[in-house]
Design a protein around this ligand. Structure first.
Ligand SMILES: Cc1cc2nc3c(=O)[nH]c(=O)nc-3n(C[C@H](O)[C@H](O)[C@H](O)COP(=O)(O)OP(=O)(O)OC[C@H]3O[C@@H](n4cnc5c(N)ncnc54)[C@H](O)[C@@H]3O)c2cc1C
Ligand code: SF4
Length: 502
């Protein structure tokens, strides 16, 4: 049996856990990070579209089940750094209005238990930690900030600059995407074509291992145990977490501590709480509200490939521009969402969905296409939930919410692209397996009856249990989640009295 202990024990080393570890390291707090995966190797396959997208080299074999019992491969990566090892490194802030209640024709997005102003300092710290490149004054939806971006925006390649001009001619305000790749003077990023969805072979992507966990480990107060899968949370007679149990490389694992933080990702953190049920806690640990696993959100997302028959797209690093003109209002009084360029798609990457199309044809199409992500907010619903069955399998019940707004923004995006000369537009709507923006399964709030965590991500029920990952999101907004996860992790690290948590 392997035993260990620390003042603070963190489960998971992704955006939430890795960043929290960095924050605790700044305070010299004795911290142990338990990560079920291993360090992702730097190897030629990092940048192979076939290895990454077709052979799923860095994804687990694990499948989850939908409502009808069908298996699917979820968007998770069990490695040191979690999903950030392959993420697109687009690191925008949520907008100020996302922290308040937002009305939609089909429902409402609830307010957060803290304001944008309360998180703003930590957004700035997270941007420094994750080396975010961006600029102010271009984006009509941008929130106020107390300090500039740490680094200037990524330049647009000629094809994108020309596209930007075509959008501006339509009266739009395309702006620079806030990006976490290391193109600082002396930075190691070579701006390759295999970034979004791929690990970085050069360590130049601002992932949680590179920017947060690695520096935290170097400080000496933080330790990392890899291959360590936590399976259960055990409470003592006073209703506090006594220890975590699981296994490490085939051996039983028992870890004691004073405070325990779940940062296993929205679904796995909730699964851990649900699976740790006892006679005293029949709904699972920290679940007196019955809300653990519920309010599962993933954004409403669609990829668009827009083909211009006469323009070859020779871009290498495509993900530099977004359009947020419709974020706050689509012209009908209700919010829309964001349009973002994504990493340049190659023919072999399309093979995962266009399985019957010959790769040569897909390559020809990719040479003339530019790819966008259309992202709108989905709404929390208690019916959208994850559960864990008797065999420990994760089940996901999911129905789209607020989808009329997505249809509206999608139609608008297509109109804009056609006007810009793109005659062929192909869409791929995200299904249950494209859930990389998962959040909301242990929402934060002030009322223990309607939320799982307090505004600092501490369980309302169990005083030494925290959940610091995307599970705390009370609503999803319509911007990529990672910077907000990091900012909140820094806030929790700095504002929690970890001695009294013990
Ligand atoms: C292809 C892709 C592209 C993306 N692009 C962007 C983007 O451009 N911008 C953006 O903001 N977001 C993006 N995301 C989403 C972003 O990566 C996630 O929102 C973020 O990583 C979530 O952070 P987290 O801490 O909640 O979980 P994760 O980062 O996934 O970390 C969870 C960690 O917990 C570990 N773990 C799980 N269960 C256990 C257990 N039982 N015991 C021990 N360890 C465990 C996992 O191995 C993992 O390391 C993308 C995601 C993907 C997959
Ligand atoms: S674009 Fe830069 S950060 Fe991204 S994978 Fe390539 S070298 Fe790494």
């Amino acid at each position: 049996m392997v035993t260990d202990s620390a003042q603070v024990v963190i489960v998971g080393s992704g955006m939430g856990g890795g960043t929290l570890a960095w924050g605790l390291a700044q305070r010299g707090i004795d911290t142990l990070v338990l990560e079920r995966g291993e360090v992702l190797p730097r190897e030629p396959e990092n940048w192979s579209p076939r290895a990454v997208f077709v052979d799923r080299r860095y994804k687990p074999d694990e499948t989850w089940l939908d409502d009808d019992g069908n298996e699917f491969h979820p968007g998770v990566h069990y490695v040191v750094g979690g999903n950030t090892k392959v993420y697109g490194a687009s690191l925008p802030r949520l907008r100020e209005r996302d922290f308040g209640r937002t009305e939609y024709p089909s429902g409402a997005s609830p307010a957060w238990p803290f304001t944008y102003a309360e998180l703003e300092t930590y957004y700035g710290q997270a941007e420094s930690l994750y080396r975010v490149h961006g600029t102010v004054g271009e984006d009509p939806s941008e929130p106020w900030r107390s300090q500039p971006f740490p680094y200037g925006p990524l330049p647009h390649e000629p094809y994108i600059a020309e596209m930007m001009r075509r959008l501006e001619e339509q009266g739009l305000h395309p702006s620079s995407t806030s990006m976490g790749i290391d193109v600082r003077p002396g930075g190691t990023c070579v701006r390759c074509q295999t970034c979004d969805g791929f690990p970085c072979r050069l360590g130049a992507k601002s992932d949680a291992e590179t920017c947060a966990l690695g520096p935290a480990l170097a400080g000496g107060s933080v330790r990392l145990l890899t291959g360590a899968r936590v399976r259960s949370i055990e409470l003592d007679d006073h209703g506090r977490v006594a220890r975590l149990t699981g296994d490490v490389n085939g051996e039983p694992l028992v870890v004691d501590g004073a405070a325990f933080v779940l940062s296993a990702g929205a679904v796995n953190s909730a699964a851990l709480m649900l699976a740790s049920r006892t006679d005293d806690h029949p709904l699972g640990v920290g679940n007196s509200s019955g809300l653990v696993g519920r309010n599962y959100m993933v954004h409403n997302n669609t990829h668009l490939a827009a083909v211009h028959p006469r323009r070859r797209n020779d871009v290498v690093f495509q993900k530099t521009m977004c359009v947020n003109d419709f974020y706050a209002d689509m012209g009908d009084g209700y919010p829309g969402g964001t349009l973002q360029l994504i990493g340049k798609v190659q023919g072999s990457m399309m093979k995962t969905h266009a399985t019957r199309a010959p790769e040569r044809l897909l390559d020809r199409m990719a040479a003339r296409s530019v790819e966008w992500l259309v992202m709108t907010e989905d709404l929390p619903s208690v019916h959208n939930r994850i559960t864990v069955d008797a065999n420990g399998r994760i089940n996901v019940s999911w129905r789209r919410t607020n989808y009329d707004r997505h249809e509206a923004l999608l139609a608008q995006a297509k109109r804009i692209l056609r006007k810009a000369g793109y005659t062929g537009i192909f869409e791929q709507r995200f299904g249950i397996d494209m859930n990389s923006h998962m959040c909301g399964t242990a929402v934060a709030g002030t009322d223990p009856a309607t939320s799982v965590l307090d505004p600092w991500c501490r369980s309302h029920d169990v005083p030494n249990l925290f959940v610091v990952d995307s599970a705390f999101f009370p609503s999803s907004g319509a911007q990529n989640p990672a910077l907000t996860i990091a900012a909140q992790a820094l806030r929790v690290a700095a504002e929690t009295d970890w001695t009294s948590a013990a």
